[in-house]
Design a protein around this ligand. Structure first.
Ligand SMILES: O=C(O)[C@@H](CO)OP(=O)(O)O
Length: 232
């Protein structure tokens, strides 16, 4: 049996302000820091450890992992940062208020942009300074890989190669793995692991800062999963 822990970052400042975030590199809110600490405490209290961690290149996920590792007194655990675990890119919606956008374009349209598998939000204009091509952290990447918007399908298409080439081999070696990432990169991974259909994935929501423990069989197929909550 293999153990995988999935963790969406704690609440960010833009979650709190109800803004579309995507690849915008916003930090955790105070509440998000506390959620991250409680996630570490819950793992520690219940004796659930891991040998290696993966996270994105966005600070809300990285800081969640740092706080959790600190709380567990395990800051020595090897950490891999991979851009392919980033949040789904939200295109030109990044920075807009979700409620105001729903008033302007309608609740149904915004629901499609937020949760559907194949509908892409409007893209960033070419030359928009928010485009990842202008961000030094993506400098080494082939420019064609860098999105100006993404639907969940696009996100799945970058998350799965990371899963196959980086995460799965370590699980097969018997390592216990934690992935600290984002609502939609994790929805994409869970869609794959649990075989959720394109239609049903619309209904999957992942809470911030709650470790989700998966037990996987020898083929890395899920046997069971549950959310872990602090008992104190
Ligand atoms: O803004 C975002 O990047 C995401 C996650 O917070 O929002 P949504 O809930 O619409 O997927």
């Amino acid at each position: 049996m293999h153990q995988l822990i999935l963790l969406r970052h704690g609440e960010s400042v833009w979650n709190q302000e109800n803004l579309f975030t995507g690849w915008t590199d916003v930090d955790l809110s105070e509440r998000g820091r506390e959620e991250s600490r409680l996630a570490g405490l819950a793992l520690k209290e219940q004796g659930i450890a891991f040998d290696v961690a993966f996270t994105s290149v966005l600070k809300r996920a990285i800081r969640t992992l740092w706080i959790l590792l600190d709380e567990m007194d395990r800051m020595w655990v090897p950490v891999h940062h991979d851009w392919r675990l980033n949040e789904r890119h939200y295109g030109a919606l990044q920075g807009l208020n979700k409620a105001q956008t729903a008033e302007k374009y309608g609740v149904d349209q915004v629901k499609k942009w937020r949760r559907s598998y194949q509908v892409k939000p409007p893209a960033l204009e070419p030359g928009d300074p928010r485009h990842p091509q202008f961000d030094p952290r993506y400098r080494e990447l082939e420019p064609s890989l860098l999105p100006a918007t993404e639907c969940l399908k696009d996100t799945v298409e970058r998350v799965l190669p990371c899963w196959e080439s980086q995460v799965a081999p370590l699980l097969r070696q018997g390592k216990r793995v934690l992935v600290a990432a984002h609502g939609n990169s994790l929805r994409g991974l869970i869609k794959y692991l649990d075989g959720i259909s394109d239609d049903d994935i619309v209904n999957l929501e992942i809470p911030t800062g709650q470790p989700l423990i998966y037990e996987l069989d020898q083929e890395l197929r899920p046997l069971r999963h549950h959310y872990l909550r602090s008992q104190s």
